[in-house]
Design a protein around this ligand. Structure first.
Ligand code: ADP
Length: 260
């Protein structure tokens, strides 16, 4: 009964945190974490906001690598974890708490208690915005997070491909069910600009997210190309908005952040 109350009670507000937004994709590997990282930094740099980044992708945390941080968080006197700061963003990830490369084989309730620790058990300080990198999919964990956290809105990341968009619709429905507004779609891997002739190729289809978003009454707030520098930035822990702040891609992330 008490546990039921803990997990299904009123939505959790985090003290000192003005807005919590989810970055979600119903499918894995479409660039959700990459988007969450670059958007977070764009919020901080372009919109001058105090930003936190919570890696709720407990089974496959990629924020430590993408933000180039892996230290364990320090603990305050009242036993709260201090987020680890990188590029001016306060980060918290399951990856800080478990051994690198160790498989995370947890059942739902353990995941939820870990997420409680990573939200309420963290001394976030004053934040304008906490970006939550959601686990991919629309299962029980995702639904519980959306029910538990007082989300101001959600950004849906999808490639233009039909199969990804079909899943993105499911993601939208999940947020609608719990009355979380959709802030817009980010179309990732929108096109590939040939490095030799400069022509764009629409590898995963053209304007797929535009059409899907429009059909549901939402807008696309960013179109991010398939670009080797983005992949390198993720792997090397220097996000493209940091390594190439004047590039077209960085501008696209900045615009997306300003459109939210
Ligand atoms: P997800 O969080 O949806 O699983 P990731 O953000 O981890 O996806 O991205 C999956 C892989 O694709 C990563 O290696 C990342 O560097 C790469 N990637 C993501 N978006 C792009 C892009 N626009 N161009 C090139 N590589 C990308």
């Amino acid at each position: 009964r008490r546990i039921l109350h803990t997990y299904h009670g009123s939505k959790l507000r985090l003290e000192g945190v003005k807005d919590i937004i989810a970055v979600a994709s119903a499918k894995g590997g479409v660039g959700k974490s990459t988007t969450a990282v670059n958007l977070s930094i764009a919020f901080a740099k372009k919109c001058q906001l105090k930003v936190g980044l919570l890696d709720a992708d407990v089974y496959g945390p990629s924020i430590p690598m993408m933000m180039n941080v892996s230290r364990k968080p320090e603990i305050t006197a009242d036993k709260k974890m201090i987020p680890v700061e990188s590029y001016g963003i306060k980060c918290m990830s399951m990856g800080f708490l478990v051994e690198k490369d160790a498989p995370i084989v947890w059942r739902g309730p353990m995941v939820m208690s870990a997420l409680e620790k990573m939200t309420r058990g963290v001394d976030w300080g004053n934040l304008d915005i906490l970006v939550v990198d959601m686990p991919p999919g629309t299962g029980d964990t995702q639904l519980t997070i959306t029910q538990r956290l007082q989300l101001s809105g959600a950004v849906i990341v999808s490639t233009p491909q039909d199969i990804a968009l079909m899943d993105a619709r499911r993601g939208v429905q999940m947020f609608s069910k719990v009355e979380v507004p959709i802030l817009g779609f980010v179309e990732n891997m929108s096109y590939f600009k040939c490095p030799h002739c400069g022509e764009p190729s629409f590898i995963f289809g053209k304007a797929g997210a535009q059409n899907t978003a429009a059909s549901m009454g939402y807008k696309v707030i960013g179109e991010i190309p398939l670009e080797v520098e983005i992949r390198k930035g993720s792997d090397e822990g220097v996000p493209i908005v940091i390594s190439a702040p004047d590039s077209m891609v960085a501008k696209a992330y900045d615009d997306a952040a300003q459109n939210i």
